[in-house]
Write a protein that binds this ligand. Structure first.
Ligand code: ZN
Length: 164
């Protein structure tokens, strides 16, 4: 069988570990199915996708992604004060607690409680990895042609991809 290399439109499976500059492991596919994504369809962050182009199964690489090519810089305007009454009364609010909210257009948005005062809650709506330099250790597991349905959906189906 001909060895496929990674390029636009290919289904790629990778194992990866994401480490922050602090040394904290933020995410890893170890012990799970490898991540499956459609190359060139913006399924994964651009700084990682661009470095995988041309690679083949068995290739291992370390990729350092700056915030601009990852989850973006932190935005101070995304830190907002919200009245305590905006939260259900029975929720035990704690600093560091993450929850799902909705933006004005009804899209889901992750918020993290940054500070608590008597009647005000400071919520950080930045992505938890915004402003972080991302250090990926990646191993390419497989490369294949997509099915017609995957092309239509713009993502990969099956283990490590969308299950629907
Ligand atoms: Zn689908």
């Amino acid at each position: 069988m001909e060895t496929q290399t990674i390029g636009d439109g290919k289904v790629v499976t990778i194992h990866y570990t994401l480490t922050l500059d602090s040394g904290e492991v933020a995410d890893s596919s170890a012990g799970r199915d490898p991540l499956a994504y459609l190359h060139g369809a913006q399924n994964i962050i651009p700084g990682l996708e661009s470095q995988l182009a041309g690679k083949a199964p068995g290739d291992k690489l370390d990729v350092k992604v700056q915030p601009e090519d990852g989850y973006g810089p932190r935005n101070d305007e995304a830190v907002q004060k919200v009245p305590r009454s905006a939260f259900p009364a029975d929720v035990d609010l704690q600093e560091g607690l993450s929850f799902q909210a909705q933006d004005p257009n009804g899209h889901p948005l992750m918020g993290t409680i940054a500070a608590l005062e008597d009647d005000e809650v400071t919520v950080d709506f930045n992505h938890p990895l915004a402003g972080q330099t991302l250090n990926f250790a990646v191993e390419v597991i497989g490369v294949r042609e997509p099915t017609a349905e995957e092309v239509q959906h713009g993502h990969v189906h099956g283990p490590g991809g969308h299950q629907h």
